[in-house]
Write a protein that binds this ligand. Sequence first.
Ligand SMILES: Cc1ncc(COP(=O)(O)O)c(C=O)c1O
Length: 405
Amino acid sequence: MESVFANIAQAPEDPILGVTVAYNKDTSPVKLNLGVGAYRTEEGKPVVLNVVRKAEQMLVNDPSRVKEYLPILGLADFNKLTAKLILGADSPAIQEDRVATAQGLSGTGSLRVGTEFLARHYHEHTIYIPQPTWGNHPKVFTLGGLSVKSYRYYDPATRGLDFQGLLKDLSAASSGAIVLLHACAHNPTGVDPTLEQWEQIRQLIRSKGLLPFFDSAYQGFASGSLDADAQPVRMFVADGGECFIAQSYAKNMGLYGERVGALSIVCKTADVAKRVESQLKLVVRPMYSNPPIHGASIVATILKDKALYDEWTVELKGMADRIINMRKQLLDALTSRGTPGDWSHIVKQIGMFTFTGLNAEQVKFMTEKYHIYMTSDGRISMAGLSSQTVPHLADGMHAAVTQVS
Ligand SMILES: Cc1ncc(COP(=O)(O)O)c(C=O)c1O
């Protein structure tokens, strides 16, 4: 008998994770994967931070630790510490008990829980997302029950921020609409507003009664400073207004596969926060019941111990600095090859990615001729690059720019 799924269509690969699938099939010794945003060492190896190893060892050595279910909203210690990390130790919202936090399945799961909460409890179902944005955003928001519109963000002509376009589009948004903001290190463009521009965005959002939803996937990765990278979020919390924040520990603690993150909803009063928290449980329980214990325990162990925390900040800064250094090396390599065009955006953009400006044809050429893998929008992960691979990438880019229009 034929399968009941005999007519099922073959689904396309995910545009980002599919790049790794193609890379894995390539047998060339010079192949280079700059698709997925995962940190690699100078030797091209994935890293487990020393501080993470230490925390894990402490957890293993503690016989009182068991594998019981966590509560629906996760590890209480983790939730307090994660809110403190993004909002700041002296945040009035925390002191006044106005923050409802749910431990989530990394950034993606936290975004999804926030989305379903909004779809159920918020009167406005439109979310404005930057153009472009991380490819998973529109899918998470749509499937979670919101309807997606976009606001201008990136200007290909300057390879920088289209600030006037952004202000115009948000000014035209209907009152109450949700606005997705990348807290720092905008993905895929690497283009962030300046603090002065953030202040204007804040004023506009508050004056129009829009609801900010921050996606914080790279705290510490943009500048190397956890506090500096949280500044935009803190500006919005300092004004006493409400906002949503999804955090991920995938990149900044290298906990990709542990799936540890959080959703925090900053409310106007402690009473509202308490009721919001009670409703978050109703979103989570039928979705995955309760979150996993291991990753959150690692994060909580590090965040609550001053020595481990300090050690983490040093390791994090080391990763951020290596990425910044790769930017300089790539720019130098293109300059020394005389590659046509202005490539200064490589060092101006920040975070894990450079939005090169290469078009889909040029990307295809580089993959076919140079075995260099990246998303078709020309985004490259600087974290996947090393001093040894910069020359090969620069050769590929030079050839693509000079041979493919
Ligand atoms: C902007 C942005 N948001 C969220 C995520 C979520 O990642 P994760 O679910 O692995 O934490 C990513 C990861 O690439 C991202 O770039």
